[in-house]
Design a protein around this ligand. Sequence first.
Ligand SMILES: [Zn+2]
Length: 267
Amino acid sequence: MSGGHAWLTRWVRPPVRLVATAIAAALLGACAHHAGSSPAHAGTSLPLNGVVVGLDPGHNGRNWSDPSYIDRLVWNGREKEACDTTGTATNGGYPESQFNWDVAVDARHILEALGARVVLTRASNDSVGPCITTRALLLDRARVRVAVDIHADGGPPTGRGFAILVPVADRWNHRVVVPSRRFARDLRSTFRSVAGMPWSTYDGIDAIQPRDDLAGLNLTTVPKVLIECGNMRNATDAAMLASPAFQRHAARAIALAVAAFLGRRVR
Ligand SMILES: [Zn+2]
């Protein structure tokens, strides 16, 4: 598949500098859906004023098109693993990368309306990369107060629900393991009550699972969790995940968890 599209994949692959530029532009730009309450116009009383939040929508919509880039090995803090994967999809063909992006965009709008600045690890859903290591570095260097890696799982078809993956202490993340686990409990609470997704029936204990094999959690120096928002291979979860209404609720759950973690009251 890659041979015929070699020129195209070179064109669509975003160098890190371009991603950084796009992110900077996104930070400066007002959110179209909440133009009146974007950071540039925000008063001093918004609950998340002065807070920088990281959102990492997993994978990217054209990762499939450049296996030589996506399959390259990177150091995740404990071992080598692939730069990224294509992600999973529902049986109906709705891709995880699109879901992750849709929720991240919704969450960005909500967080900005609450006064936060948002750093995204990719600028669109129609390109390739960046690698999982680059995503972690982007958020570390931006010194975000808290970050969420947004994913959906490809689990057993009979398994339902969301799970939150949390870091295990290593030389990079050891200062943020405790706050990350506190944030995980905040997100677990809002994700069930606001998004309406049940706890995972197959991953984690009470929907929380420590993981030491993921670059995003191993290399983080900011409080961070990875949420598998549901199981794309389960028919009930898949119908929810593909619904724009659910995506907005999921985004709101993320924003409310950020506010709760930082002790900010949101009406
Ligand atoms: Zn994923």
